[in-house]
Every structure is written in C-alpha cells, then in structure tokens.
Design a protein around this ligand. Structure first.
Ligand code: HEM
Length: 527
C-alpha cells in the first residue's frame, strides 16, 4: 500500500518539489534523471531494500565520504574574494610582476582563522588570528600566509609540533577547548623563554579582535625581494586595516561566544554583502644587509619585530575584499595556502621557522586534500598560463597535452611541450652559506625579553591592565603551582610591575629575582 504525497508549497505558492518549468531535473552523479528521491527500492512495500538501488547507494556512499580532515592548525576560518591594487611601484627593488605597474589589480583570496580551535569552535577565543592571502599573479600564485600578530612563539620549526600539541586539548581528557588556559599550554610556555614576546601580544587586546575587518596582518618572517640583477633587499610585510584596529574586552568576548559563536564570520559576510568592502593597505619595511647587521636583534628570528620607528612602513598597495564565496567547502575549506608559493622576485630568508614552514604546508595539504593534484581545484589553480609535465595521481583533472611528457626532448614546438626560461624563471638569491652541520640555535637569537618589555611598556595603562588581567585569569586556571611560579619568574624579566600584579592576582609570592627564569623547578621557592 502506498500513501498520497502532498507537495509543500514555496513562499510564492509555487510547487517546488518536482522538476518542470525553471526547476532542473535532478540526476545521479552519472547524469541519469531521478524519478523518486524519497524512497529506496524495495521488494514489496514492507520488504527489504534492494542492493540493486544504485541511486540510493550513490547518494549514501557520497554522504559517507563528505568529511575531509580539518586543518591540523587554523581549522576554523572564513574567507572572501577581492583584489590587490598596486599604488606605489616596487620595480626599484623587485622584479615580482605583481609589484611593477601602479593601478594594476591582482585577484586575491583571503582566509582569516583562529589557530588552536577545531572547525566547530567559537570565533572570539583568545587566540592568534591567521591572515592568509593568496594573490593570483601573472607569474604564479603568491601566498603570504601571515598572522595578526607580528611575531611568533618559537624560533625554530622543530618546536612547532610541541607548541601545537601543548595548545590543543590535552590528549587524555580532550579538554579544555582551545584557549581556555590549561596546564599543558603554560607548562610548555614557561619552559620556552623565547615565547614571552608573543605571550605579551597574545594576552593583549590583539588576541580578541572586534572583527576580521579590524585586524592588522603580518608576514612575520623576513623575506627577500630580488631585482632583475638578482640583488636582494630584505622585506617585512604588513597589512593595515582601513577600518582601524579594534578589539573587544574579554567579558564581551565571553558573552558574544555564548550568544553568537559565528560572530566574526557573520560580520564579514554581512559587511561584504551590504557593499561595505573591507580594505587594508599593504606596507613593506625594506632594509639591507648593513641594517640587518647593525640591528640589535637577528632579522632571522621570528620572535622579534623591526620597530617601525627604525624602518618606516612604506605603503605600496591596497587589498579590498568585495565578494563572498559561492560555496564554503569548495573555496574556504579547500583553499591551500603555502609559504613556499612565491613568484620570481620574492624569495625566502634563512629564518628557521620559515624554512620549516615551507616543508610543512605542502606535506599537510597532500594529505588534507587527498593527493598531489590539489592545485587542480579551482580555488588553488593559478590564473596565469601553466605548463608542466606533472601528471596522473588521484583526481588528475588536466594532464599535459601532446606526445612528450618529459624533457629534454627533441620534439618540435607543437609536441615538445614547455621549456625552461633562464631569463624569466624563478631564481634563488645566491647567498653564501658556510659552516659545520650542527643542531644549533644562533647566539644572536638569545635575547628573549627585551622586545617583550618594549611591547608591554608601549601599551596604554588600560591596555597594560588588560594584559595583567588576562594573565591572572589564564594562570588561575592552571592547577600546578610550579607552572604558575615558573611563568611568574619569566614575567619578572619582562616587567617587575606586571609580575607583581599577576602574583598578587594569583595570591602568590613573587619568586626571587636572582633565581628567576629558567631556574630548575626544584630551585624555586614554594608558593
Ligand atoms: C596553517 C604549519 C607557523 C600562519 C598551517 C597549517 C600547517 C601549519 C600544517 C595547516 C595548513 C593546511 O592544512 O592547509 C606551521 C608550521 C609553523 C607555522 C610548521 C612553524 C614552524 C606559522 C606562522 C604563521 C602561520 C609563523 C604566521 C606568520 C598560518 C596560517 C594558516 C596556517 C594563516 C592558515 C592558512 C589557511 O587559512 O588555510 N600552518 N605553521 N603559521 N598557518 Fe602555520
């Protein structure tokens, strides 16, 4: 026996449940028109479902395979399309095509993210924000994979897995959620003095932005710009929001997270859809070897910044976001930013964090996006001509055309495929490197506190109070007194007033200054 099915009506009274008129016919993935998408094929009305039902099997198997791994970090993010417009040519220092012609626009895709939370976490966590920009330049994609804070927790990529393990939920209990203070995170931090500059930023208002639109962005590392003669200029990249820099208070963040965990993504979606396009200036700090050698810190150390008073930021362009995505998964989830994606004229420095990142992103994306052909996904594909002999593999959408798939070859222009071009192709800066192979950290990376102190004292009194409040709040959630004490002893090296405030807030005595940071736990006085 069957029952009569009444089609629900659409808002205009029109029937929407079956094809006809403007409504397309549903098909299987093979293009076979579907007659009934509600009932599986059965042997009799109450009999078993038949294996023969290819439509049911296809629909269910595809659903079963919908999830891909979330990003190992920066899992929660939101993205939009736009463009970069050059306003000041950098042709004097780089041959990068994107920096040659004033007024020229380059398509852009930008993804903002939190770092530690999972894909379903809240938007206003106290956390660093990712600020990843993909520029589809005429000489290949350039990914500037930055953050909203100009420095980082660690100096060497070797430590990244430990940093992230310590920051994510603890492995036995799977809590606390990201950025609720916990023993593992502060244990790692208090044993990692180099992290204290970043900790000052992460405990400041910068880590709870009002909106993605009111954040700065930083490339963090020192990169190189290369001109046509191969001459190098060091560069740091900055994004400055035209909307101004704004944050929320911690109490506001807590309430917003409860009321609307999608607050930041909704804000970006609404702004763009109402024509209020967010905009950032691209600034560069340019400096040469002589500056790098005379600077108090090592320009290869990602826990340090270069003060803008010493090297002013030169504004060279604007980034405008003016279009939301058509599909979150296809674009925002499948986009793959990678620090190694640089066009001719932009090159890496020897920053050991950057060098490690260049390996990590491609490696993780091959897993996350299911194989070596993720550049065939439209959001990742360059928008300039592309010719190479990479072929096959899972999901190959466009293999090389023609007979030759190797080179050198002696086929003619039609069949022989692309050739290298020494003049136009990417070249690496010919830096001389010498010395024994060693597992070592340069002594020039040793000062962990001066810039942390500079940041703290540069803050207004109310901003300093917020940093103190954040540290008290976070450390009060740490159960082990020795971890709190060790953190306090580092804070003494940053600012004694701050350390005293935090100790007071925690109801603890300050550790002995002389035996402070880095002392073995057993050397420290009991709390
Ligand atoms: C994402 C590794 C440091 C910014 C990621 C991902 C990995 C990773 C594996 C996931 C990528 C994906 O699945 O597509 C590392 C390693 C680091 C490091 C090994 C240090 C050694 C940094 C630093 C910054 C940064 C210093 C900022 C300057 C980002 C951003 C994303 C990201 C913005 C998200 C990209 C997106 O929106 O898809 N990182 N990271 N990371 N990382 Fe890093």
């Amino acid at each position: 026996m069957s029952f009569a099915y009444e089609e629900p009506q659409g808002p205009g009274g029109e029937t929407r449940q079956s094809a006809g008129g403007d409504v397309a016919v549903m098909t299987t993935q093979q293009g076979v028109p579907v007659s009934d998408n509600q009932n599986s094929l059965k042997q009799g009305a109450r009999g078993p479902t038949l294996l023969e039902d290819f439509h049911f099997r296809e629909k269910m198997f595809h659903f079963d395979h919908e999830r891909i791994p979330e990003r190992v970090v920066h899992a929660r993010g939101y993205a939009a399309h736009g463009y970069f417009e050059l306003t000041d040519s950098l042709a004097d220092v780089t041959r990068a095509d994107v920096f040659q012609r004033v007024g020229e626009k380059t398509p852009a895709f930008v993804r903002f993210s939190t770092v530690a939370g999972s894909k379903g976490s809240v938007d206003l966590a106290r956390d660093v924000r990712g600020f990843a920009v993909k520029l589809y330049t005429q000489e290949g994609n350039w990914d500037l994979v930055g953050n909203n804070i100009p420095v980082f927790f660690i100096q060497d990529a070797m430590k990244f897995p430990d940093l992230i393990h310590a920051a994510k939920p603890e492995p036995d209990r799977a809590f606390p959620q990201a950025q609720t203070a916990h023993d593992n995170f502060w244990d790692f931090i208090s044993l990692t003095p180099e992290s204290f500059h970043m900790i000052m930023w992460a405990m400041s208002d910068r880590a709870i932005p009002r909106s993605f639109r009111t954040m700065e962005g930083f490339g963090v590392h020192t990169f190189r710009l290369l001109d046509a003669q191969g001459r190098s200029t060091f560069v740091k990249f900055h994004w400055k929001p035209k909307q101004g820099l704004q944050s929320v208070l911690w109490n506001e963040a807590v309430k917003i997270n409860g009321a609307d965990p999608d607050f930041h993504r909704r804000d970006l979606w609404d702004a763009i859809n109402s024509g209020d396009y967010p905009e950032w200036e691209l600034g560069v700090q340019l400096f040469d070897d002589a500056f790098a050698e005379s600077f108090d810190f090592d320009v290869l150390d990602a826990t340090k910044l270069i003060p803008e008073e010493l090297v002013p930021v030169r504004v060279v362009g604007r980034l405008v976001l003016d279009r939301v995505v058509d599909n979150f998964f296809a674009e925002t989830e499948q986009v793959a930013f990678c620090t190694q994606n640089v066009p001719p004229g932009i090159d890496f420095s020897n920053d050991p964090l950057l060098q490690g990142r260049n390996f990590s992103y491609l490696d993780t994306q091959i897993k996350r996006l299911g194989g070596p052909n993720f550049t065939h996904i439209p959001i990742n594909a360059p928008k300039c001509p592309m010719h190479h002999f990479q072929q096959d593999g899972h999901m190959a959408m466009r293999n090389p055309k023609g007979r030759a798939n190797y080179e050198p070859n002696s086929w003619g222009p039609t069949d022989g495929g692309p050739r290298e071009d020494p003049a136009r192709g990417f070249t690496t800066f010919e830096e001389v490197a010498d010395g024994p192979k060693q597992r070592i950290r340069s002594e020039t990376f040793a000062d962990h506190y001066s810039q942390a102190r500079q940041f703290f004292v540069s803050q207004t009194p109310i901003e300093q109070k917020h940093i103190g409040d954040a540290l008290v709040f976070e450390l009060s959630k740490v159960e082990r007194p020795d971890i709190r004490l060790r953190t306090l002893s580092h804070l003494l090296n940053v600012d004694e007033g701050l350390a005293a405030t935090v100790a007071d807030g925690l109801g603890m005595a300050l550790p002995d200054r002389a035996r402070a940071a880095c002392a073995p736990i057993t050397d420290l006085p009991p709390s």
